[in-house]
Design a protein around this ligand. Structure first.
Ligand code: C5P
Length: 215
C-alpha cells in the first residue's frame, strides 16, 4: 500500500517543516517539490540560461542532475542546500514554475517518489496535479504577516540581515505570481482540508495532519 499525503500552500507557510515531520512520524518518504523548481532555477542560472527561455529551462529541468541525501540537496555533485534557499532563487523558481513545459518536465520525477510504505509531498500542486488521488490533501496556510515574521526570524537566526517589510513584499509577489499563473495555480482544492497555522505551534500542526490521516 502506498499512501500519499499532499500538503500544498503559499510560501513560508511552514508546510515544508510540517510535511517533513509528518513523514518522519509515519516512516514515509518525503518530497519537497519546491526544491526541484529551485534546483532548476539555480541550474539555469549556472548554465547561463535565462529564466524566460522556456525550451532551454525545460531541457535542463528534464535532465536535472539532482540528488537528495545526507540531509542535503545536491546539484551535479555540489552541495547546494543553502544556495537554493536564497530569495532570488525562490523568485526564479516561481518564474520558471509558470512555464508549462518546465512543469511537464518535472512531473514524472515527482511521481516516482510514490513508494512503499507512503509519501508526504509538499508544494503548490501536489493535490491538484501530481497526486490527485492522494488519501489526504491538506492546504496549509498562515496569515501573510505571520509568514513574513517566521521567515524573518529564520534569517536572523542564521545570522543574515533581513528587512521585515521587504520579506513581506517578496512573499506577496511570489504568492500573487503562483496564484495568477495559467498552469497549476496555487489554490485550495475542493477536497483539501484547510489548516491555518497562524496561531498553531509546529507540533500542533503536525498532530492535526496525523489525526486527519488516521481518521
Ligand atoms: O515551496 P518553495 O518556496 O520552495 O517553492 C519555490 C517556488 O516553486 C514557488 O514559489 C512556486 O512558484 C514553485 N513551486 C510550484 N509547484 C510546486 C512547488 C513549488 O510551482 N509544487
Amino acid at each position: 500500500l502506498r499512501s500519499v499525503i499532499t500538503i500544498d500552500g503559499p510560501s513560508a507557510s511552514g508546510k515544508g517543516t510540517v510535511a517533513a515531520l509528518v513523514a518522519r512520524e509515519l516512516g514515509f518518504h518525503y518530497l519537497d517539490s519546491g526544491a526541484l523548481y529551485r534546483l532548476a532555477a539555480l541550474y539555469a542560472l549556472r548554465e547561463g540560461v535565462s529564466w524566460e527561455d522556456e525550451n532551454q529551462v525545460a531541457r535542463l529541468a528534464a535532465q536535472l542532475p539532482a540528488a537528495f541525501h545526507d540531509d542535503k540537496v545536491w546539484l551535479d555533485g555540489h552541495d547546494v542546500s543553502a544556495a537554493i534557499r536564497a530569495e532570488d532563487i525562490g523568485m526564479g523558481a516561481s518564474r520558471i514554475a509558470a512555464l508549462p513545459s518546465v512543469r511537464a518536465a518535472l512531473l514524472e520525477r515527482q511521481r516516482a517518489y510514490q513508494q512503499t510504505p507512503g509519501l508526504v509531498a509538499d508544494g503548490r500542486d501536489m493535490g491538484s496535479v501530481v497526486f490527485p488521488r492522494a488519501e489526504l490533501k491538506v492546504f496549509l496556510t498562515a496569515s501573510a504577516e505571520e509568514r513574513a515574521a517566521r521567515r524573518y526570524k529564520q534569517l536572523i537566526a542564521k545570522g543574515e540581515s533581513a528587512n521585515l517589510l521587504q520579506i513581506q513584499q517578496d512573499i506577496c509577489d511570489r504568492d500573487a505570481r503562483d496564484a495568477a499563473r495559467s498552469v497549476a495555480p496555487l489554490r485550495q482544492e475542493p477536497d483539501a482540508r484547510l489548516l491555518d497555522t497562524s496561531a498553531l505551534t509546529i507540533d500542533q500542526a503536525v498532530n492535526q495532519v496525523l489525526q486527519w490521516f488516521r481518521e
